[in-house]
Write a protein that binds this ligand. Structure first.
Ligand code: ADP
Length: 201
């Protein structure tokens, strides 16, 4: 069981996945909040049942899975519905995240949460690592990956913590302004440090 949890975050397109893949290469378990957010509304879950009870089966795809695009459209128009949904999903996601960190078998584990800073969860992990780069490069990489427009990425960035807010809570900063190859030595050094810290805790 991992008693030592490193929360890792960064803005959209900052390189969180690229970085956590490198930690995973050392056998470190990565718990991803985005993955859990999908798991808690899989068919048969209490959360999906509650959503269908409130909004009817029209929010389901033919396969019985949640039609996320449809739900997003409904929530976009209705703030009260958005609040209701957050109150339903946030505790479920949080509970799963804690459970999965407790069940992790590696010497320490990573909890990858896009909104680690915004949601206050950074206060509950043993260590905070932030993947950092300038906003212009972040925009370019997010655009290239998501094949969307600047406006959409800008809206997501505006809803996230600022670079300064993230850096203010960071114990460790991973600089991803260079090439992917520049990440490996940084991750290696942090990994060795986390092993030491986890042994002590
Ligand atoms: P996040 O998970 O934080 O949204 P990703 O790890 O998916 O970010 O990285 C965003 C995009 O940028 C991906 O397409 C990824 O391959 C690319 N990328 C990540 N790091 C670098 C880098 N140092 N140089 C160039 N491209 C990168």
């Amino acid at each position: 069981m991992s008693d030592f949890v490193v929360g890792i975050s960064g803005g959209i397109g900052s390189g969180k996945t690229t970085v956590t893949d490198l930690f995973a290469g050392y056998g470190i378990e990565v718990i991803d909040a985005d993955v859990i957010a999908r798991q808690v509304v899989e068919p048969g879950t209490p959360a999906l049942k509650a959503i269908v009870a409130k909004l009817s089966e029209s929010v389901l795809n033919d396969a019985g899975t949640l039609d996320r695009a449809k739900l997003r459209t409904l929530v976009f128009k209705d703030l009260a519905l958005k609040d209701w949904l957050n109150q339903l999903l946030h505790p479920a996601i949080r509970e799963q995240m804690l459970l999965q960190t407790q069940q992790a078998q590696s010497p320490y584990c990573l909890l990858s949460v896009p909104l680690l800073v915004e949601g206050g969860l950074y206060q509950e992990v043993n260590r905070v690592a932030i993947v950092d780069l300038d906003e212009q490069t972040q925009m370019q990489r997010a655009l290239q990956r998501d094949k969307t427009n600047q406006q959409q990425i800008r809206a997501i960035m505006a809803a996230q913590a600022t670079r300064a807010e993230r850096l203010a809570v960071a114990d460790d900063v991973i600089d991803n302004s260079g090439t992917p190859a520049d990440l490996a030595p940084q991750v290696k050094q942090l990994h060795l440090n986390y092993l030491r810290l986890a042994n002590r805790s």
